[in-house]
Design a protein around this ligand. Structure first.
Ligand code: HEM
Length: 79
């Protein structure tokens, strides 16, 4: 059986083209950056009055250091 050339090209391309990737990755990264920037722009983020941030790492994990849970208050910033 002789395959049409476009089908042959498609099969060769499919075999050699390697791992598939998400074409929207850079757009998704940019969206996350903008969203994070918007949150920091709109709110003042601070610990509750009279409390401080505990930066001591939780070393109980086998491989990873986890951040200690902390309380934060998000206050809407004046525009
Ligand atoms: C957090 C956001 C996103 C995640 C976690 C994500 C994840 C993925 C994953 C896991 C795949 C499959 C890759 C593979 O077949 O191995 C994929 C494919 C794809 N993604 Fe995304 N994606 C995101 C955002 C987007 C956005 C914003 C767009 C478009 C604007 C997009 C368009 C596509 C397309 C068209 C494919 C198919 C690529 C192909 O088949 O060659 N993605 N994505």
């Amino acid at each position: 059986m002789i395959l049409p050339s476009f089908l042959l090209i498609f099969i060769v391309f499919w075999l050699v083209s390697g791992k598939r990737v998400c074409v929207g990755e850079s757009m998704a990264r940019m969206e996350m950056f903008i969203l994070t920037a918007m949150v920091f722009q709109c709110f003042t983020i601070a610990p509750p009055p009279g409390k401080s941030v505990n930066l001591t790492p939780d070393l109980s994990g086998l491989f990873f250091r986890k951040a200690m849970p902390n309380e934060f208050v998000f206050t809407v910033r004046e525009q």
